[in-house]
Design a protein around this ligand. Structure first.
Ligand code: PMP
Length: 424
């Protein structure tokens, strides 16, 4: 296997050493093949909001598999699933199930181009929308961590049709839309940037996106692959009150199995085959096992207000990490939205890719290894989000805080203790 991993972000290239091989997981814990136990904040990179091996999800997979794993024909289960999505995301009037976040974003962009008859798209520096050609420009996540934000192998003609500007920069967007608004099919954005650490939108950012796209006839495409069912039941669009034209979902909606969804305004979505002329298909799309895991997850999330609990755990962890940094004199900025968090090793504020990149990644690598040794599993990159699940407890968070103090105390202090700013 290339680099020993089947997705580049799993490698320890950025922090040194070799990844721990996972053998099993339950709730907030994961165990490696040597039997060492970790409190897990990867959550399989976001999907596992109910924790590992949630009993209702495992039972749904088991029961469904007995009746067949895939039919290549529609099922009632897909209707139940679609209703659960639409209840939470009313802007998704018609939807299409796919197999990953990459597919959702790639298909949504093709649709935006087909619908508007325009070729250009706008994305924000440090945002990641999967690995399709047109979004591997100034991309976050693995491309950023591994130093290939503009991937080789993307045709120059494709890359030039993707225009990039800084996240949270309303002025840059205004200027771009004024100059080229009539050529732009879609503006795609992670409403909370989650692939260069965690960066919340400033209050005027998403409203400006909505206004400027509407004015130029471009579509607003919210990539809620991370934020959907994560920052609120109805995602960032509910949290910030923003109405997109198209939404992409992934991660949580598959309950830990491969799944993506794109959907939006009826007049746009009816352009997708078989109703319209924008082609997109999938042999295993909407397969019953994945959909059953998704239904079990979404029904559980609908059952009560988990988001209050996740907010409280998130606030506790933010406090623990901030205090640990303060006490040890290590410059750090903790950014957090609900149960997504990131501790940047810089004074901050961190509000875009440039400020995220001021973070001391060598220090992050030392911190990461010191935490891992103490049984705390974080992402092996400064430029990723950590995730809390409903299976995490206050005790887990307190233990993580203690580990962070020990980890930070073991790091060399290179600068005098300064005032740390927090951003939200
Ligand atoms: N969009 C966003 C915002 C993501 O975070 C990711 C993956 N981390 C993707 C799209 C791509 O999803 P997948 O890895 O399922 O293809």
């Amino acid at each position: 296997m290339v680099g020993g991993v089947n997705s580049p972000v799993r490698s320890f290239k950025a922090v040194g050493g070799h990844p721990r091989f996972a053998s099993r997981a339950k709730g907030s814990r994961v165990w490696d093949v040597d039997g060492k136990e970790y409190i897990d904040y990867l959550g399989s990179w976001g999907p596992l909001i109910l924790g590992h091996a949630a009993p209702q999800v495992v039972a749904a997979i088991r029961e469904t598999a007995k009746r067949g794993t895939s039919y290549g024909a529609p099922t009632e289960l897909e209707i139940r699933f679609a209703r659960l999505i639409q209840e939470a995301f009313p802007s998704m009037e018609l939807i299409r199930l796919v197999n990953s976040g990459t597919e959702a974003a790639m298909s949504a962009l093709r649709l935006a181009r087909g619908f508007t008859g325009r070729d250009f798209i706008v994305k924000f520096e440090g945002c990641y929308h999967g690995h399709a050609d047109s979004v591997l420009t100034k991309a976050g996540s693995g491309p950023l961590t591994l130093g290939v934000p503009n991937s080789a192998g993307v045709p120059a003609a494709t890359a030039t049709q993707t225009l990039t500007i800084p996240f949270n920069d309303v002025g840059a967007l205004e200027a771009l839309m004024k100059a080229r608004g009539q050529e732009i099919a879609a503006v795609i954005v992670e409403p909370v940037a989650g692939n260069c650490g965690v960066i919340p939108p400033e209050p005027d950012f998403l409203p400006a996106l909505r206004q400027l796209t509407t004015r130029s006839g471009a579509l607003l495409l919210l990539d809620e692959v991370i934020t959907g069912f994560r920052v609120a039941h109805g995602g960032a669009q509910a949290l910030y009150g923003i109405q997109p034209d198209i939404t992409c979902l992934g991660k949580i909606i598959g309950g830990g199995l491969p799944m993506g969804v794109y959907g939006g305004r009826r007049d746009i979505m009816t352009q997708v085959a078989p109703l319209g002329s924008v082609y997109q298909a999938g042999t295993l799309s909407g397969n019953p096992i994945t959909v059953a895991a998704g239904v079990a997850t979404l029904e559980t999330l609908k059952g009560r207000d988990w988001y209050n609990q996740l907010e409280n755990l998130g606030a506790q962890l933010e406090g623990e990490l901030s205090n640990a940094a303060e006490e040890t004199g290590i410059p750090a900025t903790v950014n957090r939205v609900g149960s997504m968090f990131c501790c940047f090793f810089t004074e901050g504020p961190v509000r875009d890719l440039a400020s995220a990149q001021r973070s001391d990644t060598k220090r992050y690598a030392q911190y990461f290894h010191a935490m891992l040794e103490q049984g705390i599993n974080l992402s092996p990159s400064q430029f990723e989000a950590g995730f809390i699940s409903t299976a995490h407890t206050q005790d887990d968070i307190a233990r993580t805080g203690l580990a962070a103090r020990t980890a930070l105390k073991s790091l060399p202090v290179s600068r005098p203790k300064g005032r740390r700013k927090k951003t939200r």
